[in-house]
Design a protein around this ligand. Structure first.
Ligand code: C5P
Length: 218
């Protein structure tokens, strides 16, 4: 079968990563979670005490930063950081860092490299509109802010993290706003992307829908 690239974009909590993972497994292709890469950068700024407003310090940090995926893990400077980057604090910092030109330049370049060698499904905010503009399949996954907050709430609760629904909803709205209005590669639906509203659809239903769309022509 020929090489394909699949882009899945959308706001946080729409179910992108769960669905992209399932689609990747079904199709036997690689999954690349670009949000995890911005989270890794955000995590490192906190751990190293780097101020995101200090462009010089950010640049220096990026010069000594290695981000990779292996066996479903996100690896920062040789260390697996999977569970360290899924906190509200890191979400916020990742969003702040993702607006910085140097950060985007480095990560977008890395993502394009990752999408070159083999078939991949990549999820994020600017995959169909920027990173993989010529992807063969593009989806824009949405859901109401309330439903996305509810899902995030359940997810964090399950992990035993103390959270409040109202706080999550306001964090999500704030992050949506930031992601959609930033100057560089904002969250937006690519013209040729297929929009899927998952507010009233289950994970399995969306996964099957996307698989069917891909298998129509692959
Ligand atoms: O998808 P996730 O919530 O893990 O992404 C964390 C943050 O990284 C997002 O809020 C967004 O600001 C940023 N991001 C981005 N471009 C991407 C993926 C994520 O700016 N392609």
């Amino acid at each position: 079968k020929k090489k394909i690239r699949v882009a899945i974009d959308g706001p946080s909590g729409a179910g992108k990563s769960t669905i992209a993972k399932a689609v990747a497994r079904e199709l036997g292709i690689d999954y690349i979670d670009t949000g995890a890469m911005y989270r890794a950068v955000g995590y490192k700024t906190i751990r190293c005490g780097v101020d995101p407003d200090d462009a010089q310090a950010i640049k220096e940090m990026l010069d000594h930063t290695e981000i990779d995926f292996s066996g479903g893990n996100i690896i920062l400077d040789g260390v697996i950081i999977n569970d360290k980057i899924r906190t509200p604090e890191i979400s916020k910092r990742a969003s702040e860092c993702s607006a910085l030109a140097d950060v985007r330049e480095k990560l977008v370049q890395l993502q394009r490299q990752m999408g070159q060698a083999k078939s991949v499904i990549m999820d994020g905010r600017d995959i169909g509109s920027n990173v993989l503009k010529d992807a063969e399949y593009k989806f824009f996954l949405t859901a109401s802010a309330e439903e996305r907050a509810r899902r995030r709430f359940e997810e964090l609760k399950e992990k035993g993290q103390p959270v409040e629904y109202g706080q999550i909803l306001s964090d999500i709205r704030q992050r949506d706003h930031k992601d959609m209005t930033r100057e560089l590669n904002p969250l937006c639906k690519a013209e040729d992307a297929l929009e899927v509203d998952s507010t009233e659809m289950g994970i399995e239903e969306v996964t099957q829908f996307i698989l069917k769309e891909i298998e129509k022509t692959w």
